[in-house]
Design a protein around this ligand. Structure first.
Ligand code: NAP
Length: 276
């Protein structure tokens, strides 16, 4: 088993994830894995970074596929005995003018952005080594969507005692409510992406609390962040930041020094803790 440090970035064949890998290759003192659901897109991305003279490794990962997540988990366990940095970046968003029925958009978006990210965490967080860093890429849209929730839902999502099971129940209820066309009546905002990212931010707060309770001495720091509005296939060419600029906050959190005791369990943008 290798005692080299290892970092993994989900959904990194393009966009912000690709830029995060590029930055980690330059700054992280260990092996960096670019992962992609499609191996040929992944290998093309790896070749681009190799052309830039960077040393990067590849592993397949589809966060919608539990078998794929577990294959990566087993690989990391066997080759490295765990992992040091995990960046949950993979995500999807329907375009604003997409005519897919809202209930379908809700189910598909939540499946990847919330449930897929959660499955990666469930399988990989137990492998994170002491002084490990975990970054969940959420969005400022999670804050605005929170503001669009009923007072009762806002209280639940801001609660310091909400459990992961309760959060899963709420995310499941949102999808069910959209199918019955009652989501607005039930206090949800009209954004599937926004609700999925509320899920990612709240999940991060819960996971950080669990680390405090169960692994306090391990000094692991886990946070959610917004990369900003970034020119990628998701956000389009009018966005204000380049992918490398969008990678800055996630990379800052992934590389928090070993003597840092925070931020932890926070939501950040532009490297600054935001009120949730
Ligand atoms: P992007 O260019 O569309 O890239 C998304 C990446 O996620 C792609 O590599 C995609 O792979 C991958 N992905 C999607 N579903 C996946 C799955 N099931 N398993 C594994 N990988 C999967 O988007 P981006 O703008 O870089 O977004 C990256 C993250 O930042 C997302 O979580 C997004 O919500 C968040 N974000 C973006 C912005 C922005 O302005 N761009 C703002 C706030 C937050 P394929 O190539 O195979 O589709």
């Amino acid at each position: 088993m290798s005692n080299v440090q290892v970092a993994v970035v989900t959904g990194s064949n393009k966009g912000i994830g690709f830029a995060i890998v590029r930055a980690l290759c330059k700054q992280f003192p260990g092996d960096v894995y670019l992962t992609a659901r499609d191996p040929s897109r992944g290998r093309e991305a790896v070749a681009k970074l190799q052309e830039e003279g960077l040393h990067v490794l590849f592993h397949q990962l589809d966060i919608d596929d539990l078998q794929s997540i577990r294959a990566l988990r087993d690989f990391l366990k066997e080759k490295y005995g765990g992992l040091n940095v995990l960046v949950n970046n993979a995500g999807i968003a329907f375009k604003v003018h997409d005519t897919t029925p809202f209930a379908v958009q809700a189910e598909v978006t939540l499946k990847t952005n919330f449930f897929g990210t959660r499955n990666v965490c469930t399988e990989l967080l137990p492998l994170v080594k002491p002084y490990g860093r975990v970054v969940n890429v959420s969005s400022m849209v999670s804050s605005s969507a929170l503001g669009g929730c009923s007072r009762e839902l806002q209280e639940k999502f801001r609660s310091d005692t909400i459990t992961e099971d309760e959060l899963v129940e709420l995310m499941t209820k949102f999808v069910e409510d959209t199918k019955k066309s009652v989501h607005e009546k039930e206090g949800w905002p009209n954004t599937a992406y926004g609700v999925s990212k509320i899920g990612v931010t709240v999940l991060s707060r819960i996971q950080a609390r669990m680390l405090n309770e169960k692994r306090k001495g391990d000094h692991i720091l886990l946070n959610a962040c917004c990369p900003g509005w970034v020119r990628t296939d998701m956000a389009g060419p009018k966005a204000t930041k380049s992918p490398d600029e969008g990678a800055e906050t996630p990379v800052y959190l992934a590389l928090l020094p070993s003597d840092a005791d925070g931020p932890h369990g926070q939501f950040l943008s532009n490297k600054t803790v935001r009120t949730w």
